[in-house]
Design a protein around this ligand. Structure first.
Ligand code: SF4
Length: 459
């Protein structure tokens, strides 16, 4: 399907496009279409006067939303919101002194968010405030380290990931470069408090035990852990987890790990190219518990190819038997770079119907509640199945602090490694990013330039 739009005034093109994508998932959205584009629907966005009660962008999106919703009969759970951090809006209302109910009302009235999602956002924002209360926003910072290797490439992957078999002989070189960034960060942030560390990827446990030991020892020697409140290592793929690697993590102050099934259905695992079994997931989890890890997260994905709500219910039941400490539920977002998208020749194939997506989301909410977990962070992505969201659930005291920090953009996160993005948060309201190149060869060759970029950001 092709959807065209024209703007009377050249502004908010990105937001209008996002709204149209939400109403017409998978459609080609064309600005100022020509007759030969043969669009199926054409929307004109009029110039409008700024009403006093809201900003101009919110008003334009409100007008567009109401018109399209009336014409199509479709309502969107997130209303006019097209950004990835809806809880930030609820958080701003709470910080302005509003109650949870009042913050939810603003989401509903101003941004046309459904009552259910409005209350969810406000409740999550309140929980985030509570969890972050001991975090020093201005004098503290967090560290992200990217390990961009994986056993195989998942069909839906759009992250920085390279096959570990090819890169294993050169992983030491990768650590050499990382260590340069580590030393720079320790020197530049020596007078700040390091609050959280997150080692993600890729799959960090694709590092052999000796290199994992080298990395963790180097971090421990270089930084003060006096103010460290959380240290996460994402195990990710169960086929990369061994007793030796877990023993290395145990020898260092790692507080939280992830073992991510994505699904507990054998056929789907094969279909998405994971090349490990459901039993591998159970074994890796049992091994970690036996070794004393008391904060284990599991990630699942809703909307995987050919999965129905019954498959998701099965996955959730299997996860309930394992009883992790937190559960992160992703709705499949198919980005441009993923094989899934490319193999579908530009068509978003994941997700099933809107009703199925909503049913899967409801099942996961119920399963998390049955495991004694509460939602504690939430974010959205473009091209998300069913126009829904990703939600992190956790038991009391087991929430991932880093996850909230990155979503709420309250604290500087220094990111090291290929394809990572550093985010400098400068109060009261300046946020600036600086990227490391994705390609590992380039990262190794241009490591001094990557450090220079950070030096400029944090002058
Ligand atoms: S484990 Fe994650 S980073 Fe690695 S290939 Fe799969 S989706 Fe990509």
């Amino acid at each position: 399907m092709k959807v065209g739009f024209t703007l009377e005034k050249d502004e908010f093109e990105y937001d209008i496009r996002g709204l149209l994508m939400a109403f017409y998932p998978g459609a080609d959205i064309i600005q100022d279409p020509k007759p030969e584009d043969a669009v199926d629907v054409l929307w004109n966005v009029p110039t409008c006067d700024l009403p006093a009660r809201v900003d101009r962008k919110t008003w334009m999106k409100d007008v567009m939303y109401r018109r399209i919703s009336e014409a199509t009969g479709i309502t969107l759970p997130w209303g006019t919101l097209t950004g990835i951090r809806p809880t930030k809006l609820a958080m701003a209302e709470l910080l302005a002194g509003k109650s949870i109910a009042e913050a939810a009302e603003v989401m509903e009235k101003v941004h046309l968010v459904s009552p259910e999602k409005s209350l969810l956002s406000a409740n999550i924002a309140a929980r985030e405030q509570e969890i972050l209360k001991n975090i020093d926003y201005t004098d503290g910072y967090s560290l992200y380290i990217g390990i961009p290797f994986c056993p195989t490439t998942c069909l839906y992957c759009s992250f920085t990931s390279y096959p570990m078999s090819r890169w294993e002989p050169r992983m030491g070189e990768y650590l050499d470069a990382l260590e340069k960034e580590i030393d720079f960060t320790a020197e530049r942030f020596g007078n700040k408090k390091l609050n959280t560390i997150y080692i993600g990827g890729g799959t960090p446990t694709s590092l052999p035990p000796a290199l994992m030991e080298r990395l963790l020892s180097r971090l421990e020697k270089t930084f003060s852990y006096q103010d460290l409140q959380e240290f996460t290592v994402e195990g990710g793929r169960p086929d990369s987890i061994t007793p030796e690697k877990l023993a290395v993590l145990k020898n260092h102050p790692v507080t939280r790990i992830s073992i991510n099934p994505q699904t507990m259905n054998e056929d789907t695992l094969r279909r998405i190219g994971r090349r490990h079994t459901v039993q591998d997931i159970r074994d890796a989890y049992a091994m970690a518990r036996e070794m004393g890890f008391d904060n284990i997260n599991m990630d699942i994905i809703l909307g995987l190819p050919e999965e129905t709500p019954a498959d998701v219910a099965h996955t959730l039941e299997e996860i309930r038997k394992l009883s992790p400490d937190s559960l992160t539920v992703h709705s499949l977002a198919v980005k441009r770079a993923s094989r899934l998208k490319m193999e579908a020749e530009g068509t978003v194939v994941a997700g099933g119907t809107q009703e199925e997506s909503e049913e899967m989301m409801r099942l996961s909410q119920e399963a998390a509640a049955a495991m004694g977990m509460e939602p504690y962070y939430l974010y959205r992505q473009k091209n998300m199945a069913g126009n829904l969201e990703n939600t992190g659930y956790a038991r009391e005291g087991k929430a991932g602090i880093y996850n909230i920090l990155i979503m709420e953009e309250k604290q500087t996160i220094v990111a090291l490694g290929a394809g990572t993005v550093t985010k400098g948060v400068f109060p009261p309201d300046r946020i600036e990013r600086c990227e490391n190149v994705k390609d590992i060869e380039q990262y190794l060759a241009r490591i001094d330039e990557m450090i220079e970029r950070k030096r400029k950001l944090f002058v």
